[in-house]
Design a protein around this ligand. Sequence first.
Ligand code: FAD
Length: 517
Amino acid sequence: MAVSDMGFTDGAEDEVRVSAGPRSGPESQASGSSSPRTETTPSAAAVASFDMVVIGAGPAGEKAAAQAAFFGKRVAIVERRAAPGGALVSSAGVPTKTLRETALYLTGYRRREVYGLSIQLDPDATLDRLMDRTAQVQAAMAGQVRENIARHQIEMVPGTGSFGPDRTVVVTPGRRDTGPRTLQADIVLVATGSRPFHTPDVPFDDPDVYDSERILGIDRIPRSMVVVGGGPVGCEYASIFTSLGTEVVLLDSGERLLPFVDGEISRLLGATFSSMGVRLVLGSGVGAVRRADGELQVTLESGEVIRPEKVLFAAGRAGNTEGLGLEEVSVQIDARGRIVVDEEFRTTAKGIYAAGDVIGPPALASVSMEQGRVAACHAFGIPFKETVDPLPPYGIYSIPEVAMVGLTEEAATRQGIAYEVGRGWFSRNIKAVIDGGTDGLVKLVFRREDRVLLGVHILGDIASELIHQGQAVMHEGGVIDRFIHATFNIPTRSEAYKYAAYDGLQRLAGLPGAPSG
Ligand SMILES: Cc1cc2nc3c(=O)[nH]c(=O)nc-3n(C[C@H](O)[C@H](O)[C@H](O)COP(=O)(O)OP(=O)(O)OC[C@H]3O[C@@H](n4cnc5c(N)ncnc54)[C@H](O)[C@@H]3O)c2cc1C
């Protein structure tokens, strides 16, 4: 599989700031580390030495570099794009969430039934506003990453990094007016991330067929679209385009959306999508995507042919490992092209670490950052962050949002745990009724024996924020009574936790649960 560049800033590797001079803050004094040494021999180009070289300035690389630099290490970070921040800033979390918020704001989509408003938008003007706002936020976020790198006196090295002789890192710049640079460090962290997976069956060279990066350059808001993939990216884009008035068909070969979330939440999300007008085609597979007679055709396994204006293929990511020279330095890759690491993020090669999407799931920016920090701490024996949070929350920014932490009902069953659930429905929550966003619930999964909270699953507005309260209780090993005895502001969506816990207690006592509507 070829390593394709990641779209947003292709071929424009200019204006990357290079920090100058040794750091002089208290951290560097404490560690006694030195500025990079530059050695030149007659046979070799100048080699700059650091304590750590990081390849990739995405979430994993930036945070690893900052963590090491904070503790006084001399760090260089190599990035092939013009702007740092990785996929998070260029094509993933930042642009998709900006698109989502802007689409909801411009269309009034979420609350149109409450206020009886239906806003007619000029599609061209809407697309311009969406893209302008997205570009503004991306530029602001890339600026913040750049500042963080500069503030930690990390040297930013523009270009494509790969392993060279004697385990050096050779950086080939995108610009033709400068030659390659060679960097050397005891610790190298590979944080090169991932890119959309391209299956050969899909004609990605067709201008109306998009992957999850190229979609950000879409030329118009289409009348109709087929989204392939019922994972987080597919669900997010399917609902964003629906809010913009596009007729969306969402296809997945599996039987349900978001296979890793709680089954009930997945079903409810599917029902909400259907009520929004999304046509769900699950468990049927996609026979073929092709252009025939001037039109795009998506043929389902059933033989039905759909003729959408656009297709978005959002099924899977592939690790950016090619061209790095990993084999030469004995870094092992698994059958799916992911770098193999241990719990300290060490690869199979001494002194070489890896973190983020390049090591595989969960492939979240939030987790990638933590992996980077933990990897840096282990690499230098810094007793600060030794493990990655075992209870990371997941947030899916579909409309409505989905969030979860801990065990689903299905996982509790598989583990043979005697559990009970409690549900707090937003249809009965004052805040949700006031603002009209009554879809969804807070669902608690807890152990029957001692009421210890095992999992929290939320569907509805601000689910990705609300989940952290459940996560905090789980971190303390808390019981659901915690929500019953806490006083919540009224009106708030958070209060749904209290009623979910009461519902759980009622069920434990063999009483019927709270009605949903
Ligand atoms: C559409 C979409 C939406 C998402 N939304 C969310 C979300 O809401 N929340 C969330 O937590 N996660 C989200 N994610 C996942 C998140 O974006 C990734 O998990 C995260 O960006 C991974 O960080 P990383 O540092 O491992 O890799 P990346 O972000 O991919 O960064 C890797 C960097 O390395 C650079 N690079 C690669 N190879 C080289 C080389 N040889 N030399 C120099 N530089 C190199 C790349 O240019 C890139 O800048 C989303 C993903 C997608 C696709």
